[in-house]
Design a protein around this ligand. Structure first.
Ligand code: FES
Length: 591
C-alpha cells in the first residue's frame, strides 16, 4: 500500500478513538484507553490503524467451532496485510447439542450480546466468525442492527465419515441410525460404533442442515466472500478465505459500506430463492425473517409460496438428496448453483467485495461436468423444498419441507393422536398400549416459541416404537415447533399461532380428523367452530403470567414473537416498511 493511500485510509476511519467511554472528557477517555491497551504492548503506530474487531466464538463446548482459533489467526494476518489492526473479542457461542433447553432459546441472547459488543467497543469493521446453526443468524441479526461494516465468516462444514463402508455424516445419518436402532434393525454394539463415526472432524454438520443453509444464504446475500460457504473446516481453503475476509474488512471499513447497504430487499429475495433450490433447512425461513425484520423488511409467506412453485430443488445433498457439503465444494461451491439459478436472481445485488452477485458468479470457476448441482431441466424436485400451509389449524401459517417428505403422505386424512407437551410425548410415545395406527396423524402441541420455551427442534416426532418395529418409516406429524435441518419426513412445522398463544393446535383432541393437502397448501382440522369454541373456553393457555419469572427467561417470555415474525424480540424489530418477495414473483420464462 502506498503511503498516500495509507494516510487517506487512516483519516476515513476512527480507530481507537471510536466509541469512547464516557468520563466527560473525550481526550482523557482516549488517553486512558490507549494507556490500558499499551499494557498489552501496542505501539502508537499500531493504534493509529483502522481497528477490525474479530468476534471469537470458540468454546470447548462447540465442536462446530473447533477451528476458530486458527481462523482468528488467519483473519488477523489478512487485516494486518491490508494495513489494519485486528482485535479479537469473545461473544456467546452456541452449539446445538450443548444448549439447554434449546439453542433457539439463546439465539436472541447471542444476537443482543454480539450487537452490543460491536456497539460498545472501538472498531471500524467487524469479522463475525460463526458456524453452528444459531450463530450465523444471531450474528447477522446483530450486524443488521449495529450496522457497521461487517464480514461474515463461517467455520465451514466437517468432512463426512465412514461406517462399515457406508459414507456417513452429521446429522441426517445420526437420525437414520437412531431410527434403525429404535426399530431394532441394529443392535447396541453397532449404534455405539456408529457414534464414533458420525462427526469425524471439527466443523459444522456435513449435510444441507441449518448451518450449511445459513452459510449458503449469507454468501447469497453478499455478506460473505464468494465461494466461502462450502470450504470444509479443515481445508487450507478455509484459512485462505479467513485471510481474505480480514483484508476485505479493512477495505469495507475504509469505504464505510455497512450491512444495510448489502442486505437489501433484493438480497433477501435472492436468499429465499436459494433456500428453496437448496432443499435447505426450514429453520432458515425463521432466521431470514428475523434478520430482515431488523431492517424493517417483512418476509411475505404467501409470496414465498408462489416463489416455491417456480423454483426447483437442484442441489443433491442430504437430507433432500444424496451428497455432503464437501461434494458441493468440489463441484464449484455455491456459485455453481447461483449460475444455474441466474435468471431467477437479482444479479445486480451488491456484495461485500464491491462486486455484484452477477460479477462474482462470472468470476467463479465454472465446472461443466459435476454431479451435485442439477440443471433446471433435470431437478431433484420440481418445486421448491418448502411449502407454506394454511387452514383453520394454522391461521398464521405453517410449513412443510416437501422435498424431504413422503410422496404418499402429501395428501392425507387421518385421526389425530395428540401429545400435549414434550413430557407427555416422552412418557407415552413408546407405550405399547398407545392407540396409534400408521395412518394416524401425530400432533405435538406446546413446543412453540413460548410453549417449550424456545421452539425446540422436537417437531421430528419419533415414530412410536411399536410401529417402527413393524417397519413404519414415516407418518404425518404436526407441531408448533421446529425440526433440525438435517431431518426428513412428512413433518408440518411452525404452526402459528402456537398452542401456548391460544392457537388452534392446542384445541386438537385424540380422534379428531386432520387433513393435509400440500398441493392445495391446506392444513385443516375437521371440527366445527362451536366445538372448538367450547374447547377454547376450557383451554388454559401456557402463556400465563410472566410476573414470577426473572432475568432472561422473563425478557424472553415477554418479548418473543411468533415463528412467522422470525421469533425475534419485539423490541429489536423496527417498524416494517417493505415486503419481500414481491407478490408477482416471475418465472424464468418471464424474465
Ligand atoms: Fe453445529 Fe450441526 S450441530 S452445525
Amino acid at each position: 500500500m502506498s503511503q498516500d493511500s495509507d494516510n487517506n485510509h487512516k483519516s476515513a476511519t476512527l480507530g481507537m478513538s471510536n466509541r469512547l467511554t464516557n468520563y466527560g472528557d473525550a481526550d482523557f477517555s482516549l488517553f486512558l484507553r490507549k494507556a490500558f491497551i499499551k499494557g498489552m504492548g501496542y505501539t502508537d503506530d499500531a493504534l493509529s490503524r483502522p481497528v477490525i474487531g474479530i468476534a471469537n466464538t470458540y468454546s470447548g463446548y462447540n465442536a462446530c467451532h473447533g477451528n476458530v482459533p486458527g481462523l482468528v489467526e488467519s483473519v488477523k494476518r489478512g487485516v494486518m496485510l491490508a494495513g489494519g489492526l485486528p482485535v479479537e473479542f469473545p461473544t456467546i457461542t452456541l452449539h446445538e447439542s450443548f444448549a439447554h433447553p434449546t439453542s433457539m432459546y439463546l439465539r436472541n441472547l447471542m444476537a443482543l450480546d454480539t450487537e452490543e459488543m460491536i456497539r460498545a467497543q472501538p472498531m471500524d469493521a467487524v469479522v463475525l466468525i460463526g458456524g453452528c446453526d444459531k450463530t450465523v443468524p444471531a450474528q447477522l441479526m446483530a450486524a443488521a442492527s449495529a450496522d457497521i461494516p461487517t464480514v461474515q465468516l463461517v467455520t465451514g462444514p466437517m468432512l463426512s465419515g465412514s461406517h462399515r463402508g457406508t459414507r456417513v455424516g452429521a446429522c441426517t445419518d445420526c437420525r437414520r441410525y437412531w431410527a434403525a436402532y429404535r426399530g431394532q434393525d441394529i443392535d447396541d454394539a453397532e449404534i455405539s460404533e456408529v457414534n464414533d463415526k458420525l462427526v469425524p472432524t471439527v466443523g459444522t454438520c456435513s449435510v444441507m442442515g441449518t448451518a450449511s443453509t445459513m452459510a449458503c444464504l449469507a454468501e447469497t446475500m453478499g455478506m460473505m466472500l464468494p465461494n466461502s460457504a462450502t470450504a470444509p473446516a479443515v481445508y487450507a481453503d478455509r484459512q485462505r478465505i479467513a485471510e481474505q475476509s480480514g483484508a476485505e474488512a479493512v477495505r469495507l471499513a475504509k469505504e464505510g459500506i455497512t450491512p444495510s447497504q448489502i442486505l437489501t430487499p433484493e438480497a433477501f429475495e435472492n436468499a429465499l430463492r436459494v433456500l428453496l433450490s437448496l432443499g435447505g433447512s426450514t429453520n432458515a425461513l425463521i432466521h431470514l425473517t428475523a434478520i430482515a425484520g431488523r431492517l424493517g423488511i417483512d418476509i411475505d409467506l404467501e409470496a414465498f409460496d408462489q416463489m416455491s412453485a417456480q423454483t426447483p430443488v437442484l442441489v443433491d445433498l442430504k437430507p433432500s438428496g444424496e451428497g455432503y457439503m464437501e461434494d458441493l465444494h468440489r463441484a464449484g461451491g455455491l456459485p455453481t448453483l447461483l449460475r444455474e439459478l441466474g435468471p431467477l436472481l437479482h444479479l445486480d445485488a451488491p456484495t461485500i467485495n464491491g462486486r455484484t452477485l452477477g460479477e462474482n458468479i462470472e468470476a467463479a470457476v465454472h465446472l461443466i461436468d459435476q454431479p451435485v448441482v442439477r440443471p433446471r431441466s433435470r431437478p431433484i424436485y420440481a418445486q421448491g423444498g418448502i411449502a407454506v400451509l394454511r387452514g383453520n389449524l394454522a391461521p398464521s401459517g405453517a410449513i412443510i419441507k416437501q422435498s424431504a417428505a413422503s410422496a404418499s403422505l402429501m395428501q392425507h386424512r387421518g385421526r389425530a393422536v395428540v401429545f400435549h407437551s414434550l413430557e407427555d410425548l416422552a412418557q407415552r410415545i413408546d407405550d405399547p398400549e398407545l392407540d396409534v395406527n400408521p395412518d394416524d396423524v401425530l400432533v405435538l402441541a406446546n413446543i412453540g416459541p413460548k410453549g417449550a420455551p424456545g421452539m425446540p427442534e422436537a417437531g421430528y416426532i419419533p415414530i412410536p416404537k411399536k410401529l417402527a418395529a413393524q417397519g413404519v418409516k414415516d407418518m404425518v406429524r404436526i407441531s408448533d415447533g421446529r425440526m433440525s435441518g438435517t431431518a426428513a419426513g412428512t413433518i408440518v412445522l411452525h404452526v402459528s399461532p402456537e398452542a401456548a398463544e391460544g392457537g388452534p393446535l392446542g384445541l386438537v383432541r385424540d380422534g379428531d380428523i386432520i387433513t393435509l393437502d400440500v398441493a392445495a397448501n391446506r392444513l385443516a382440522l375437521e371440527v366445527d367452530e362451536q366445538t372448538l369454541e367450547s374447547r377454547r373456553q376450557q383451554h388454559s393457555s401456557a402463556a400465563a403470567d410472566t410476573g414470577a419469572l426473572l432475568g432472561y427467561r422473563r425478557l424472553f417470555m415477554e418479548q418473543i414473537l411468533q415463528a412467522d415474525q422470525g421469533c425475534d424480540f419485539a423490541v429489536c424489530r423496527p417498524e416494517l416498511h417493505c415486503r419481500v418477495p414481491r407478490r408477482s414473483a416471475q418465472t424464468p420464462d418471464q424474465r
